[in-house]
Structures are given as C-alpha cells and as structure tokens.
Design a protein around this ligand. Sequence first.
Ligand code: GLV
Length: 327
Amino acid sequence: MSKPSILVARAVFPQIVDRLAQHFEVETNPSDEVWDKAGLIARLQGKVGAFTTGSERIDAEVLAACPQLKIVANMAVGYNNFDVAAMTAAGVLGTNAPDVLTETTADFGFALLMATARRITESEHFLRAGKWNKWAYDMFSGCEVHGSTLGILGMGRIGQGVAKRGAHGFGMNVIYHNRSRLTPELEAECQARYVSKEELLRSADHLVLVLPYTPASHHAIGAAELAQMKPTATLINIARGGIVDDAALAQALRERRIAAAGLDVFEGEPQVHPELLTVPNVVLTPHIASATVGTRLAMANLAADNLVGFLTQGKPLTPLNPQVLAR
Ligand code: GLV
C-alpha cells in the first residue's frame, strides 16, 4: 500500500524529515523559499498533511483549493497563521507546539529585558565602532532591573515563566494583566499580582508582552497605551508582531517618551519598520525567542508527532480544534 503524502513546507532538521519518511511520502522545500499562496496551494495538491511554520497562512482559500488536506501541524506555539474556524468548517485539524518552548522563550524574554534595560547592544555597537576612548561615570546608564516592577501582559505559560524569573531571580515586584485571572495557587507560585491594564501600563518599569495575536490584541500597545507608560519604562515584545503599533513605538522611542524597547517580533516581519532601524534605544532580534537547538528540535518533533499520531492512529497530541476528531 502506498504511503499517504505530506508536505514539509519549510526547511527543517533532516532527522525530522527522516522520521516522517518512515510513515509518509514527504515533499520538502530544499531551497527553504517562503512560498506565496499559489505556490503553497500547488505543493499541497494530493497531500493529506502539512508541516508548517508561522510563515504559511492556512485560510479558507487554501483549504478550498486543497480538499485532500486533513491536518496541518504548526511548528510554533502561536497559530495566528491558521484560520482555525475555516479549518474546523473544512474538517481539517490544526495542531501547534506548546509547552516544549516555554522555559526557553521565557529565558529569552528575560535576556531581551536585560539587554534593553542595561543597553547592552547599544553599548556594544559603540565599542565596535571604535568610539570608546575613555570611561565616563554616565556612560550607557540604564534602568534598574532587580527590585523594579515587572509588568506582564498575557499570563499564559510563557508569561508565568517570565514572572518566576523576575520574582525569584531578581526580586522584582510582579504585576500582570490577562483575559482571565490566575488561580491563587499560580499567583502565589509566580508571586504575581493581578491588575487592570491601565495600572499595568502606569506602574511597570519593564513591560513584557506575551499574549497571543488575535484581532482583539491587534495594536494592544499603540500611541495611547505608550503615553500611559513611565518615561523611564522599557517595553519587551516576545509575543507577535501586530500587538504593538510599531510606527507609534518608533516615534515614542525617538521622543524618549519611554526609555527603550526590546523587540523579537514585528508587524509584517521579516520586514522591520524603517524608523525602528534608526532609533538607538531599541534592541532588535529576528524572532528567535525559542531558538536553541534542543527546543527547536523538540518543537519540530512535536509537530511530527502530531502528523504521525493523527494520520496513523487518529490521535494528535496537541489539537487546536479537537471537534474535528469527533466527526
Ligand atoms: C514562535 O513565535 C512560536 O509561536 O512558537
């Protein structure tokens, strides 16, 4: 009997492709080109499964053009590249890759916070440019981290990881805002206090964004929100582009209405708002918060497990729309 066919839409660890090839006919993307919609639809013809990253958009048009598709497994915890309602309507299962990246991403959130508050990349650029000819008492004075107030917007697993690092490692006063409040046990574990979004914006010395991107969170931080923050505050985005209005942020940074920002995600990435590239008080990284070899391998393995589990036994590990399974 011939094996079912799947598409691995982006380059991934060769051992993952080898694993998948034990169960499926696998078409890969050796040049790692990011296909446009027509290119993706063309390659999905005849495929029952797809392994995607955040760069492949699965919407009603793609689903209508690929009637054999049964599952799309995202190698990411975020899945705003999926139209889950359209997938459910089409009877296509979506899966994501949660949990395996929580601690690594929280580590990175903290690294970005530290780099931003303590002006690490800005001072390194100064040094590399040969501008360091003497020590000075006020060189690259940054913002205090230990003992300051850490604000977290979005208190899922990664937000909780950031909170624990701040509270237990740096003695920070942790406040958070989330759609729903944590249980008292979790609040105690994270040493975090629930506040309104207004209080969060007003009180945070460092505000870390860890909420999922949805139409409701689009520009959750725009000009009005930035205006409520302390002029000494830093803003860290490890969530998704589009949650921050990047144009408004660039202007606030240029006018020093907040002290600095650390951004791993951008509106329209891999394009970056040109103004962000010219302001000095921002640390920019190319969406690498989960990028350690071990974690990226675990994410890829989980996406592969979902494909194998669902297509061989009807049992995915991390389904996003399990109602499809009941049909
Ligand atoms: C990365 O951004 C992810 O969602 O896993």
